[in-house]
Design a protein around this ligand. Structure first.
Ligand code: C5P
Length: 227
């Protein structure tokens, strides 16, 4: 049984979400997709007609966003108020704007408090939680006993994103997706406020030549070693 937080960080297209969900289900732990939280805030920003590049306006606006997320690995639910926004937050408009919104310090601060509440609740009700994102091991749960930093070649990540888009009914080309993956990684890694970064004590796991089952197996081994 999992105690505490497993931190899964890394750029997009490394298989993070799928692995995190399955890992949580297997360990009967909670699951938190922090990317979905940044995406939902971004959707609210866009809908309100706030310019995502206007950091001051975004910082003011974010105070009023009514974001609700579930931690059930089998039923991941992201809402703005009562509205289920799971599909819409994966669309192009949000993907293009999310790095700008998530670079705003006030956005990170508010979501950090929200993530802490969720983590605390899941640890007391389920014993533990798998949290995936960009800064979980460094900023959100620095005391986590197991931090994994997932990587993969740019080509592998672009291909996975494209396949995932196709599976979920979104049209995308491999070239456009590769460009987007590189653009977002560049922005996420270079921002001042808790950038995408491996914690010093994170275990690096290159998923380029591994399928989901292979990645899951490696991480479960790590859980056993440390448990
Ligand atoms: O994981 P996903 O690709 O859905 O994340 C979307 C975006 O949210 C990332 O590109 C990044 O800008 C932001 N993000 C973040 N910190 C996190 C998780 C996501 O800044 N912990």
């Amino acid at each position: 049984e999992l105690r505490g937080v497993i931190a899964l960080d890394g750029p997009s297209g490394t298989g993070k979400s799928t692995v995190a969900r399955r890992l949580a289900a297997q360990l009967s732990a909670g699951y938190l997709d922090t990317g979905a939280m940044f995406r939902a805030v971004t959707l609210a920003v866009l809908r309100a007609g706030v310019d995502p590049a206007d950091a001051a306006a975004v910082a003011r606006f974010v105070e009023d966003v009514d974001l609700r997320v579930s931690t059930d690995p089998l039923d991941q639910d992201t809402r703005l108020g009562d509205e289920d926004v799971n599909a819409e937050i994966r669309g192009n408009a949000v993907t293009l704007a999310v790095s700008a919104v998530s670079a705003v310090p006030r956005v990170r601060e508010l979501l950090k408090l929200h993530q802490w509440r969720i983590i605390e609740e899941a640890c007391s009700t389920r014993g533990g939680i798998v949290v995936e994102g960009r800064d979980i091991g460094t900023a959100i749960a620095p005391d986590s006993p197991l931090k994994v930093f997932l990587t993969a070649s740019t080509d592998a990540r672009a291909l996975r994103r494209t396949n995932q888009d196709a599976a979920e009914g979104r049209v995308s080309s491999l070239d456009a997706t590769r460009a987007d993956v590189e653009r977002r990684d560049g922005l996420d890694s270079s921002r001042a406020a808790s950038p995408l970064q491996a914690a010093e004590d994170a275990v690096w796991l290159d998923t380029t030549d591994l399928d989901i089952a292979g990645v899951l197996e490696r991480i479960l081994d790590l859980v056993d070693e440390r448990g």
